[in-house]
Ligand binder design. Structure first.
Ligand code: SF4
Length: 491
C-alpha cells in the first residue's frame, strides 16, 4: 500500500509529512493568525514550564544529573551496533522476536504482516511518536486493521481528525471546550459537559471495552535496555499498563537510538525525563517488560527496530548528538518560536527545536530545509535539554549544509538576498571598494532621508525593510573619518 493510496484527509487537516508540508514560514502563517491556538499553546506551556522549573530547582545536583544523562546517551551511541545486538540476543533469549526495519515502509509492512498473522482486524495503541513518524495508523487502516489510540490526547486527535502538535502533550493546542465538542460529536454524547472529570469518564467508557476485547497492541519505547533485553515505557494515564498486560500479542516499535547500555542507567534517565517532560518527580506509570512470561501478560512479543535515517545521522560528528534525545519536549516548551507557532507549522511529528534538527536529518537533507531557520538561536533549548544536546550548534551546521545545497541552485542567482550577499562579499574584499560604497550610499540615501534624519520609506526590495521599521540615515562621517580627524586635531 503506497502512501498515495491512503485515505484522504480533511481540507484543514495539518500536514505532518515532511515530503508534503509547506516550508515553515508559510505553514506558520495560519498559526500566527489564530489567536485561540496561540492562547491554548501559551497557557499549556506556561503550566508545564512552571512545574518543571519548580522540580528542577529542588534538585541541587541537577547539572550533575544532566551530565550523567548526557554521558550515558553518548556512550550508547558510541557503541550502538554492539548494544543493539546485545539487546536482540537478550530479548530473544527471553522469548521475544526482534525485527530490523531499514526505513518507514519496511517497518509498516513488518507490523501489518505481524497483525495479519494474528488475524487482527483491530489493534490498540500506546502513544508512540515513532509510529506517527512512519505514518503507521493510515497504513494499517488502509490494510484493513482498525487502530484505537488509548492515550487521552491521542484519542482527542484521532476523533477530531487532527495531528499531534507536541511530543509529550500531543493535543496541547486543543482546549477543554474543543475536547467536549469532539467527544460529544464523535461519541454521541450531546449533554456532555466540559468538566475534566466528565471528559475523562467519557474517554474511559469509550476505551474500556477495547482494552478487554482487542487481543493485539502496539507500543513505542522510551528506552531499550541492552543488558537485560527489556523495554521501558513511561506514561501518566495507565492506558499503557492496560495495553501491556491485557493483550495476547504486543508489538513494540522503537528507533534504534533508544538503547541504554545498563539497567541501572534508568536511575538517571527516569529522573531527568519525568522532571523535564511533565514536571513530575516520577512518571505515574513506569512499565518494564522483558520478552514473554508464561501465564502473565502478552504471550507473543515482537520488537521492530527502526533505522529510517538514524544511521546516517550517527555517521556525522556534530549532528550525532541529535540521537541523544529522550523526547522530553523541554526544548519546545522553552522555545520562543514554538510558543508563537505551535507544533503543526513544523510539518512533522517532531516539532520545536528538536524537530528543527531531527526532521531534516531524517529526510537526509532532501526535505524540510526551512526548519533549521525556525529558530532565534537564543540557546534556551540547550539550557533546558536534560541530555545536553547543543541544538544551536546543530542548527548552524544544518544551515551551512542548506546554504551549500542552494549555492548551486540556478534560481539563487536571481534571489535578492543572495545577490545582495554576493555584492557585499565583493565590496568587503578591498578597503577602497568599501569606502567608495559608503560614499555612494551616503549620496544615494540622501534622496530618501527626511528632515528628522530618518528614512521612512525605500523603493523596491528596500521597501520590505521600511515596511515595518525606519532606517537611520547614513552618518555624514564614518568612524574612521571621525577618528582620523580627531588625531589630526590633537597633533
Ligand atoms: S532535544 Fe533535549 S530537550 Fe528537546 S526533546 Fe530531546 S531531550 Fe528533550
Amino acid at each position: 500500500m503506497s502512501l498515495e493510496a491512503m485515505p484522504h484527509t480533511a481540507a484543514n487537516h495539518p500536514v505532518l509529512d515532511p515530503l508534503l508540508a509547506p516550508p515553515f514560514p508559510q505553514a506558520a502563517l495560519p498559526m500566527l493568525r489564530n489567536p485561540q491556538l496561540r492562547k491554548n499553546v501559551g497557557h499549556a506551556i506556561d503550566v508545564i514550564q512552571a512545574k518543571r522549573a519548580k522540580l528542577v530547582a529542588e534538585k541541587t545536583d541537577w547539572q550533575d544529573l544532566r551530565s550523567a544523562a548526557s554521558a550515558i546517551r553518548a556512550q550508547a551511541l558510541e557503541n550502538l551496533g554492539a548494544y543493539l545486538e546485545q539487546f536482540e540476543a537478550r530479548c530473544t533469549a527471553a522469548g521475544g522476536t526482534v525485527h530490523w526495519a531499514a526505513d518507514a515502509a519496511e517497518a509498516r509492512q513488518i507490523i501489518l504482516d505481524l497483525l495479519r498473522e494474528e488475524n487482527a482486524s483491530e489493534v490498540i495503541k500506546i502513544k508512540t511518536m515513532t509510529s506517527a513518524e512512519i505514518q503507521l495508523n493510515p497504513f494499517l487502516e488502509a490494510g484493513g486493521v482498525k487502530v484505537f489510540e488509548t492515550d487521552l490526547a491521542e484519542i482527542i486527535l484521532q476523533l477530531g481528525e487532527d495531528e499531534p502538535s507536541h511530543i509529550v502533550v500531543p493535543a496541547l493546542h486543543v482546549n477543554r471546550s474543543q475536547v467536549r465538542e469532539i467527544f460529544a460529536r464523535r461519541m454521541g454524547l450531546e449533554n456532555l459537559s466540559d468538566d475534566p472529570q466528565a471528559l475523562t469518564a467519557a474517554a474511559r467508557n469509550y476505551l474500556r471495552r477495547k482494552f478487554l476485547d482487542v487481543p493485539t497492541a502496539i507500543s513505542g519505547a522510551n528506552f531499550l535496555i541492552a543488558e537485560t533485553g527489556s523495554v521501558a515505557v513511561v506514561e501518566s494515564e495507565g492506558n499503557g499498563r492496560m495495553c501491556l498486560t491485557l493483550p495476547k500479542t504486543m508489538i513494540t516499535l522503537a528507533g534504534i537510538e533508544k538503547v541504554l547500555p545498563r539497567f541501572k542507567d534508568l536511575e538517571v534517565m527516569l529522573q531527568v525525563l519525568a522532571r523535564s517532560a511533565t514536571g513530575e518527580r516520577m512518571n505515574p506509570y513506569t512499565s518494564l517488560w522483558t520478552g514473554v512470561t508464561p501465564g502473565d501478560g502478552p504471550q507473543r512479543f515482537h520488537v521492530v527496530l527502526l533505522d529510517n535515517g538514524r544511521s546516517s545521522i550517527l555517521a556525522h560528528k556534530t549532528e550525532r548528538q541529535t540521537l541523544k534525545c529522550i523526547r522530553c519536549a523541554a526544548c519546545m516548551n522553552a522555545c520562543p518560536v514554538y510558543r508563537q507557532t505551535g507544533g503543526h507549522a513544523y510539518g512533522s511529528v517532531y516539532p520545536g527545536p528538536i524537530g528543527a534538527i531531527l526532521t531534516p536529518q531524517l529526510m537526509q537533507m532532501h526535505h524540510a530545509q526551512s526548519l533549521p531557520y525556525a529558530s532565534s538561536l537564543c540557546g534556551a533549548c540547550y539550557e533546558v535539554c536534560p541530555v545536553k544536546i547543543n541544538i544551536p550548534e546543530v542548527l548552524l551546521e544544518l544551515r551551512s549544509q542548506v546554504v551549500n545545497q542552494e549555492r548551486h541552485h540556478i534560481g539563487r542567482f536571481f534571489d535578492p538576498m543572495y545577490l545582495g550577499l554576493r555584492v557585499a562579499n565583493f565590496l568587503f574584499q578591498k578597503a577602497w571598494r568599501f569606502h567608495l560604497a559608503q560614499r555612494l550610499g551616503r549620496i544615494g540615501l540622501r534622496l530618501f532621508t527626511k528632515k528628522d534624519g530618518w528614512i521612512h520609506s525605500l523603493p523596491s526590495i528596500g521597501g520590505k525593510w521600511t515596511q515595518t521599521r525606519d532606517l537611520r540615515a547614513l552618518s555624514s562621517q564614518t568612524f574612521h573619518e571621525w577618528w582620523a580627524a580627531r588625531r589630526r586635531e590633537a597633533e
